[in-house]
Design a protein around this ligand. Structure first.
Ligand code: TXA
Ligand code: MG
Length: 347
């Protein structure tokens, strides 16, 4: 554990930036460094050094059976971790890398610290200039889960990393907010291609590029094949309630009125909102995803008792949002009777 965590800004000239240079040195030396990617901030460790990888589990309090994604700066590093390349690898890599897509591939035998005993390994090349500069300068594979304490919302700003991990890691590189805002799509290529975690690369895009249907695996399958999906996730301390499109605006207003009698309510979604209500945050469906984790964190404060969020399941990005929300939410309301049952039960 580090005494103090340095949080360093990065200048415009990435190749000669002293903070990136120092971060690359620390990573090579086996220290933990958090860095931005296009999705969320990652907590990096040298993937070639088992003791360094082990530090991630201690710092995050991560369940020890949850495997890590290895981040690489270019394709030449794939063979360091992957034993043989499945049929669709090159097609997917050329369409989506660098980008918010992780591929699960057959693993080399000597990296069990990362795979936690699985015979597969997750790899990605992030699409973020700072992350790529760091990976290329360090010239190693970097194992990196999201840089939050286990169970908390993923960090999309350096300040979120500091809030969870200050004193537990050597350094945070501050590259500003992450543009995508939710974690990468995880695509398993060790059998027929299937999605273990939905993200902003959609089943439709993958099906189009591969010329075969690529689907989201069902819940049971996901729990079996992607250990991370088994755990409580993404949760602020303030309870989150999710409203599905089946809830009418009038039931929503009823719920809102009821919740306001109990305390402050924060709302993220696109239903009508009364500006006279205090805790006001409004977002349209198109910018819901990049704001989700930031708002969940910001709303963890004493004057807010409930966080209301619009769940969407009517398109493929909505699916990714619901995947995160259903893990963060205490309750999901599917229709008006769910709302009235809730109010009656509480009263
Ligand atoms: O966007 C992202 O993917 C971010 C940034 C930092 O790259 N990383 C991230 O890592 O979300 P993490 O550890 O929070 O989530 C990794 C997910 C977990 O659900 C884990 O179980 C799964 O990927 N995973 C890792 N290796 C796997 C494997 N070999 N087979 C199946 N699932 C795997
Ligand atoms: Mg995570």
């Amino acid at each position: 554990m580090s005494e103090r965590t340095r949080c360093l800004p990065v200048g415009p000239n990435l190749d000669s930036d002293p903070a990136i240079h120092e971060a690359a040195r620390l990573l090579r030396a086996g220290e933990l460094v958090a860095f931005p990617t296009e999705t969320v901030y990652g907590l990096g460790a040298n993937a070639h050094a088992p003791e360094a990888v082990e530090k991630i589990f201690a710092a995050k309090q991560r369940p020890s059976d949850n495997p890590l994604i290895i981040h690489i700066g270019d394709l030449s590093k794939v063979a360091d971790f992957c034993s043989d390349l499945p049929q669709h690898f090159h097609t997917v890599a050329s369409a989506f890398w660098p980008g918010p897509l992780t591929m699960v591939l057959p693993a080399r035998k000597d990296i069990s610290q990362i795979t936690r005993g699985l015979d597969t390994v997750a790899l990605r090349i992030p699409q973020h200039d700072l992350a790529l500069a760091l990976l290329r300068q360090a010239d190693i594979g970097v194992a990196a889960p999201s840089a939050n304490l286990s169970g908390r919302p993923s960090p999309t700003q350096a300040a979120h990393v500091m809030a969870d991990l200050n004193g537990r890691i050597a350094m945070v590189l501050d590259g500003g907010p992450c543009p995508v805002g939710i974690e990468s799509t995880v695509l398993d290529l060790t059998g027929p291609p299937r999605i273990l975690r939905p993200g902003t690369v959609t089943p439709g895009q993958l099906s189009h590029v591969l010329g075969i249907p690529v689907n989201l695996s069902d819940d049971e399958e996901r729990k079996r094949h992607s250990p991370g999906t088994r755990y409580k996730h993404y949760s602020p301390d303030t309870p989150v309630l999710a409203l599905m499109p089946g809830v009418s605006d009038s039931a929503y207003e009823q719920l809102l009125a009821y919740l306001m009698t109990k305390g402050g309510v924060a709302y993220l979604g696109s239903r009508p909102w009364r500006p006279s209500l205090k805790a006001f945050e409004k977002a349209t469906r198109f910018n819901l995803i990049p704001q989700l984790y930031r708002l969940l964190r910001e709303w963890d404060r004493p004057n807010i008792q409930t966080i209301l969020v619009d769940g969407l399941n009517d398109d493929q990005l909505g699916l990714s949002l619901m995947d995160r929300l259903s893990k963060a939410a205490e309750l999901v309301f599917h229709n008006d009777s769910d709302v009235s049952a809730y109010i009656q039960k509480k009263e």
